[in-house]
Ligand binder design. Structure first.
Ligand SMILES: NC(=O)c1ccc[n+]([C@@H]2O[C@H](COP(=O)([O-])OP(=O)(O)OC[C@H]3O[C@@H](n4cnc5c(N)ncnc54)[C@H](O)[C@@H]3O)[C@@H](O)[C@H]2O)c1
Length: 255
């Protein structure tokens, strides 16, 4: 029996990258999944490849009505919602001195407001199911600053903070809420920053050579941590930060 047998899990930003890896792993572990994204063709393709255990829903996480529709679709397709993975995110790079306000707000709308709306929308369904789990995907950018990343870092610090508030508020309803903080993950999100030709697991960009594990993460390595946090194996974990960064945050740069 899989670790997630019988669970119904909503995953945002599931058309590619880590969200896709989570959907595939969760189905292998016995779950049924609702994949949301704004990339409809890719999202439908992933859901179709997972058969009856998956549906795809067009879902913009920055839009409240879109959230209500996604939770309703999950309940009508699979009868309940046991977990939500707030995974969707965008990255925009720019120094504080130069970044247009609209761009800053766009990142906050997706990465921060999207997570807030998601927890708000899923709460009644999770309560109805007798409890469950929420996993909010933050970043190492939710633990420390980076130049040219003020919008992203602000949004990811906010996700880390609101995770703790939600854990306190939802705990009495048997709903656990944790944040995950990946380091570099080999997904299309990094393309605008690095040469796409460099992507591809262990041979990836040299920026990751200096982390203790010495390479970028594959999406499935993050998905396995998220699966643990959804599963009953993490039944006493809530309000916590789970870092999967190859040791990046453990190290003081020493030249
Ligand atoms: N790749 C990394 O190195 C890295 C590191 C730390 C944290 N993260 C975080 O991991 C999460 C997953 O990112 P990824 O690496 O898989 O990147 P990705 O770009 O491959 O995936 C992000 C997904 O979110 C979707 N999305 C964007 N805006 C959306 C919206 N408004 N509504 C719904 N979906 C939307 C995208 O279409 C895409 O499918 C993000 O929250 C990201 O910030 C990524």
């Amino acid at each position: 029996m899989g670790k997630l047998e019988g669970k119904v899990i909503v995953i945002t930003g599931a058309a590619r990258g880590q969200g896709e890896a989570e959907a595939r792993l969760f189905v292998e572990e016995g779950a049924r999944v609702v994949l949301g994204d704004v990339l409809d063709d890719l999202g439908k393709e992933v859901a179709e490849s997972l058969g009856d255990a998956a549906i795809y829903v067009h879902h913009d996480v920055s839009d409240r009505a879109s959230w209500d529709e996604t939770i309703a679709r999950a309940e009508s397709a699979f009868g309940r919602v046991d977990a939500l993975i707030n995974n969707a995110g965008i990255l925009r790079v720019g120094m504080i001195a130069d970044m247009p306000l609209e761009e800053y707000q766009q990142v906050i709308a997706v990465n921060q407001v999207g997570v807030f709306l998601g927890m708000q929308a899923a709460f009644p369904a999770l309560k109805k199911a007798g409890g469950g789990a929420i996993v909010n995907i933050s970043s190492v950018g939710g633990l420390a600053g980076m130049a040219a990343m003020s919008a992203y870092v602000s949004s990811k610090f906010a996700v880390r903070g609101m995770t703790k508030c939600a854990a306190i508020e939802f705990g009495p309803h048997n709903i656990r809420v944790n944040s995950v903080h990946p380091g570099g993950v080999d997904t299309p999100m990094l393309d605008p920053l690095y040469d796409p030709a460099d992507r591809g697991g262990e041979a990836s960009n040299s920026i990751y050579d200096s982390v203790p594990i010495g390479r970028i993460s594959a999406p499935v390595e993050i998905a396995k941590l998220v699966a643990f946090l959804v599963s009953d194996d993490s039944s006493y974990c809530t309000g916590s930060e789970f870092i999967a960064d190859g040791g990046m945050m453990a190290k003081i740069p020493s030249g």
